[in-house]
Design a protein around this ligand. Structure first.
Ligand SMILES: Cc1cc2nc3c(=O)[nH]c(=O)nc-3n(C[C@H](O)[C@H](O)[C@H](O)COP(=O)(O)OP(=O)(O)OC[C@H]3O[C@@H](n4cnc5c(N)ncnc54)[C@H](O)[C@@H]3O)c2cc1C
Length: 342
C-alpha cells in the first residue's frame, strides 16, 4: 500500500528515513529550513565502541553493520562518494585501560569488532593501543547529495514548519494532505509545539580541520580527542561537549580546548585550516526518541541521536519505516513519553 509521508527535517535522521521509505516505494516529501548545524558539521565517524568505558555502543551489533551496508548502497543510489573505511585506534592512557581492553577481547561480542593486539599496537603510547574497524561519512556530501536527489524528484521543499503552516488535525501542508508526518528537527525540536515536552537537549560541539604531516592516512586516533584523516595531510580533530548551548558560533575557548586535548595524541605542530561548530540533539538517558504523538495518531518524532547519529539513523529509520507502512512494533525503550512522570 502506498501512503503519503511528510518528513520535517533534512538532517541524517530525516534523510535516512526518506531513503528507507523511497526504497519501499512510498510517496515522500522532505521539508527542511535549509539551516542545518548538526548533520553537515559532524565528523561522521562510525565505529562500534564507547571508548571511555571500553564498552560497545548501544546495539552496535547490528546497527554498525546495517549502517555500513546502508551508506555503501546509498553511494550507488546517489552516484556520489562519501563512504570511507578506516581503522580506528584507541590509544590507551593508563595500564587499567590496556588491561580492560584485553579482558574485553576474551568476550565473543567484543571479538566481533576488536582486532587482536599486535606488536605494532604496543608501540603506540607506553600502554599500547587497540583497534576496531570503522568508517567515516563525508557528511556534507551525503546530506547535500541526498537533498539534490530528492529535489530532482520534486520531493524536497525548503520551508520552516510551524503552527502557522501545519495543523496536525488536518495533516495538511502547502495544500497537500499527508497520511503520516514525522518530525526530525534535531535540537530545534522544542521550537514547534507538538513534541516540545520531549527533552531533546542541545549539546554544542566544535571541530577543527588541521594540516598535520602524519603518514597514518587510513587510521583515526582516539584518546582525549580524536584525529580523523580526511586526505592530503588534512585531519579533523575534536570535539567539545558544551551542554545546553544553542549558539552555533565557534569560540577561541573551543579551539584552545581541542588543541590542548589533541596533545594527548601528538605534540607535532598542527596548522589550523578551519573551525566549525554544531549542535547535537541529545537525550537525558542517551537513547533516541522514536514514536507516536500522545494525541495525534499520525504524527511521529525521530530525534535524540546524540553523538552517534550516523550509526543509529539508518537502522532506526528502517524500523520507523516498517512501523509506518506495515504497523510493526517500535522499540518501547525509545518511546518519547518515557520521560513523563507516571
Ligand atoms: C561537532 C560535532 C561532531 C559530531 N561528530 C559525529 C560523528 O563523528 N559521528 C556521528 O555519528 N555523529 C556525530 N555528531 C552527531 C550528529 O551530528 C547528530 O547525531 C546528527 O546530526 C543528528 O541528526 P538529526 O537529523 O537528528 O538533526 P539535524 O542534523 O539537526 O537535522 C534537523 C534538521 O531539521 C531542520 N529543522 C529544524 N526545525 C525545522 C522546522 N521547524 N522546519 C523545517 N526544518 C527544520 C534543521 O535545520 C536541520 O536541517 C557530531 C555532532 C557535532 C555537533
Amino acid at each position: 500500500m502506498q501512503k503519503k509521508f511528510l518528513i520535517v527535517g533534512g538532517g541524517v535522521a530525516g534523510v535516512c528515513l526518506a531513503h528507507q521509505l523511497i526504497k519501499q516505494n512510498q510517496q515522500v516529501t522532505l521539508v527542511d529550513d535549509g539551516n542545518n548545524v548538526s548533520s553537515v558539521v559532524a565528523a561522521g565517524i562510525v565505529h562500534p565502541m564507547s571508548f571511555r568505558r571500553t564498552l560497545l555502543s548501544w546495539n552496535a551489533d547490528p546497527y554498525y553493520f546495517e549502517s555500513k551496508a546502508f551508506y555503501m548502497e546509498m553511494e550507488s543510489v546517489l552516484n556520489a562518494h562519501f563512504f570511507h573505511p578506516i581503522m580506528v585506534r584507541r590509544l590507551f592512557a593508563t595500564q587499567e585501560e590496556a588491561t580492560c581492553w584485553n579482558q574485553r577481547l576474551e568476550q565473543p561480542e567484543f571479538r566481533l569488532f576488536m582486532h587482536q593486539i599486535t606488536r605494532e599496537d604496543l608501540e603506540f603510547t607506553p600502554y599500547g593501543s587497540g583497534r576496531v574497524d570503522g568508517f567515516w561519512i563525508d557528511t556534507r556530501v551525503f546530506i547535500e547529495e541526498s537533498h539534490r536527489y530528492l529535489a530532482a524528484r520534486q520531493q524536497l521543499v525548503y520551508d520552516t514548519i510551524s503552527s502557522e503552516n501545519f495543523n496536525p488535525e488536518t495533516m495538511e501542508f502547502q495544500g497537500v494532505k499527508y497520511d503520516e508526518v514525522v518530525m526530525a528537527l534535531g535540537y530545534k525540536n522544542n521550537q514547534v509545539p507538538w513534541f516540545s515536552e520531549v527533552p531533546v537537549n542541545p549539546t554544542k560541539g566544535q571541530l577543527l580541520t588541521v594540516k598535520w604531516d602524519n603518514p597514518l592516512q587510513n587510521t583515526s586516533l582516539h584518546r582525549k580527542a580524536f584525529a580523523l584523516p580526511i586526505g592530503e595531510n588534512l585531519f579533523r580533530i575534536g570535539s567539545t561537549y558544551e551542554w545546553n548551548n544553542t549558539s552555533p558560533e565557534t569560540t577561541p575557548e573551543g579551539m584552545t580546548l581541542i588543541l590542548a586535548n589533541t596533545r594527548s595524541i601528538t605534540t607535532d605542530p598542527l596548522e589550523v585550516i578551519d573551525h566549525q561548530a554544531g549542535i547535537r540533539p541529545t537525550s537525558p538517558d542517551r537513547r533516541p526518541m522514536v514514536g507516536k504523538h500522545p494525541v495525534y495518531d499520525q504524527l511521529y518524532i525521530f530525534n535524540g541521536l546524540g553523538a552517534k547519529g550516523y550509526m543509529l539513523a539508518p537502522s532506526l529509520a528502517e524500523m520507523l519505516c516498517n512501523a509506518l507502512i506495515h504497523n510493526t512494533a517500535l522499540l518501547a525503550d525509545l518511546h518519547p513519553d518515557r520521560f513523563n512522570p507516571k
